[in-house]
Design a protein around this ligand. Structure first.
Ligand SMILES: Cc1ncc(COP(=O)(O)O)c(C=O)c1O
Length: 403
C-alpha cells in the first residue's frame, strides 16, 4: 500500500500530533523510506532517539535473539540483561545505581519520587518542593509535565501537581532566590533541548550545584535528550564537570527500542526502598538487550567521538550560515555535538523551512517555536552532513516572510 491508501486510516488515530502526509515504512542507518518508496535523509533522528541509526544490524539481531530467548519476567525476578546493562551504565557514567523505566517521562517520575522520598527516609519530611526551569521539557505524565516549564503543555490539564517552583534557566540569582529548606531537588537539563537548544553559560551548572550543596537540596539532571553521546560526550553533564545526585536517561539508550532509566549516586541508594516505586515492564530483558547492543555499537563505531568531531563541523558550518547576511532567515546557531539548531528570525517560519527541506528529501524537526533542529544518528557521515547543510541553506534562502 502507498502513502495515499494508508493515510485513509488516520481517521482512526487520535489527532494529537501534526504529521506531514507521509507514511514511513522502512529505515536503514540515517535513511528512511515512505510507503511510496521515496527516500529521506533522517536528521529528525526520531527526536534525538536514533543513537545508532535506523535498524542497525547488531541492534536488530540482539532484539530478535532476545525475543526468542526471554522477553519478560516482570521485576519479580532479576534478569541477566538488566544486570549487565546496569553494570555498563554505571561503569560509563560514574553513577553507582540504576533503575529502569520505559520512557523519559517515566524516568523523570522516578526522579520526582526519589527526590522527595530520599529526604523523607532521612528524617526531613518538610522537603518536598521541586525546582524546575522555564522553557524546560521533562515529559507528558502529570508529574513530569508539571516540571515542564512551558504553559502550553499545562493548558486544560490542571490542577498540576503541587510543590513545584519554576525559575528562569541560566540565571543563578533566580535559582538562589528559590532554593530553601523546603527544596527536595532541583531538576535541570544540561542543555534545554525542546525549549530551543539553549546551552547555559559557563559556570551556571556549577553554581546550581553549590547552591544545592549549601542548602541541602539534591541536584538532578534530565539527560533524556543530552545523554548517550548526543552532545559529543557520553553525558551532557561532562561538559561542565558537575556531577548531579542523579540523572534521567531515555531516547538514545535503546536506539529506538522503548527504554528509560535513572542513574544515581551511592548517596541516594536507599532513596526508594522496597515497594516505594516500580514498573511492570521497566527493565524487561528485551529492552535491556537492546540497551546492551546500543553500547556495543557505541564502542565498535566510536560514536561519542564521531558525535563530537562531526558535531564540531556541523556547528561551525551552521554558525557560518547564521552569520551570512545573504541568509536573513538564519540568525543563530544553537547546540553542541549532534544536537544542533538554527534559530530562524521572527519574521520567518521554521515550519516552512522544515517543509522545504522535506521536499528535498531531508527530515528535521523544530525545537521551541523558532529553531530548526538537527539531531541525526550518531553514526551519520560527513557527506550526509554536507547534503543536509546544502538543503538547509537552500531552504533558508527560499524562505518567505510571514504575512
Ligand atoms: C529532556 C527531555 N526529558 C524528557 C522527555 C520525555 O521523554 P519521553 O517522550 O520518552 O517520555 C523528553 C522528550 O523529548 C526530553 O527531551
Amino acid at each position: 500500500m502507498g502513502n495515499r491508501e494508508l493515510l485513509e486510516n488516520t481517521k482512526n488515530l487520535l489527532s494529537n500530533y501534526r504529521q506531514p502526509p507521509l507514511v514511513m515504512v522502512r529505515g536503514e542507518g540515517s535513511r528512511i523510506w515512505d510507503a511510496d518508496g521515496r527516500e529521506y535523509l533522517d536528521y529528525s533522528g526520531g527526536i534525538a532517539v536514533l543513537s545508532v541509526g535506523h535498524c542497525h544490524p547488531t541492534l536488530a539481531a540482539a532484539i530478535a535473539k532476545q525475543a526468542a530467548t526471554l522477553m519478560h519476567t516482570s521485576n519479580l525476578f532479576y534478569t541477566d540483561k538488566a544486570l549487565l546493562l546496569a553494570h555498563e551504565i554505571t561503569t560509563r557514567t560514574g553513577f553507582s545505581r540504576v533503575y529502569f523505566a520505559n520512557s523519559g517521562t517515566e524516568a523523570n517520575e522516578a526522579l520526582i519520587k526519589l527526590g522527595r522520598r530520599w529526604h523523607y527516609e532521612h528524617g526531613d519530611k518538610g522537603r518536598f518542593e521541586l525546582v524546575s526551569t522555564h522553557q524546560s521539557f521533562h515529559g507528558r505524565t502529570m508529574g513530569a509535565v508539571t516540571l515542564t516549564g512551558q504553559p502550553k503543555y499545562h493548558a486544560g490539564m490542571g490542577p498540576m501537581m503541587g510543590g513545584v517552583v519554576h525559575v528562569a534557566y541560566d540565571d543563578l540569582a533566580a535559582m538562589d532566590a528559590v532554593i530553601t529548606d523546603k527544596t527536595a531537588a532541583v531538576i535541570l537539563e544540561p542543555i534545554q533541548a525542546e525549549g530551543g537548544i539553549l546551552v547555559p553559560s559557563d559556570g551556571y551548572l556549577e553554581g546550581v550545584r553549590k547552591l544545592c550543596d549549601a542548602r541541602g537540596a539534591l541536584l538532578f539532571f534530565d539527560e533524556v535528550q543530552t545523554g548517550y553521546g548526543r552532545t559529543g560526550r557520553f553525558l551532557g553533564r561532562e561538559w561542565s564537570g558537575v556531577m548531579p545526585d542523579a540523572c534521567s536517561l531515555a531516547k538514545g539508550i535503546g536506539g529506538g527500542f522503548p527504554l528509560g532509566a535513572i542513574a544515581l549516586t551511592e548517596k541516594l541508594a536507599d532513596g526508594l526502598p522496597v515497594g516505594s516505586h516500580g514498573s511492570t515492564f521497566g527493565g524487561n530483558p528485551l529492552a535491556c538487550a537492546a540497551g546492551l547492543a546500543v553500547l556495543e555499537i557505541f564502542d565498535a563505531e566510536k560514536l561519542v567521538e564521531n558525535a563530537r568531531t562531526l558535531g564540531d563541523y556541523l556547528g561551525a558550518q551552521l554558525s557560518e550560515m547564521a552569520s551570512d547576511t545573504t541568509l536573513p532567515a538564519a540568525v543563530e546557531m544553537r547546540g553542541r555535538g549532534l544536537l544542533r539548531g538554527v534559530r530562524v528570525a521572527p519574521e520567518y517560519d521554521a515550519m516552512q523551512v522544515l517543509a522545504a527541506m522535506r521536499n528535498e528529501g531531508v527530515l528535521a524537526s523544530t525545537a521551541g517555536a523558532d529553531v530548526v533542529r538537527l539531531a541525526p544518528a550518531l553514526n551519520t557521515t560527513k557527506s550526509d552532513v554536507d547534503r543536509v547543510l546544502a538543503v538547509l541553506r537552500a531552504a533558508l534562502a527560499g524562505a518567505t516572510k510571514k504575512p
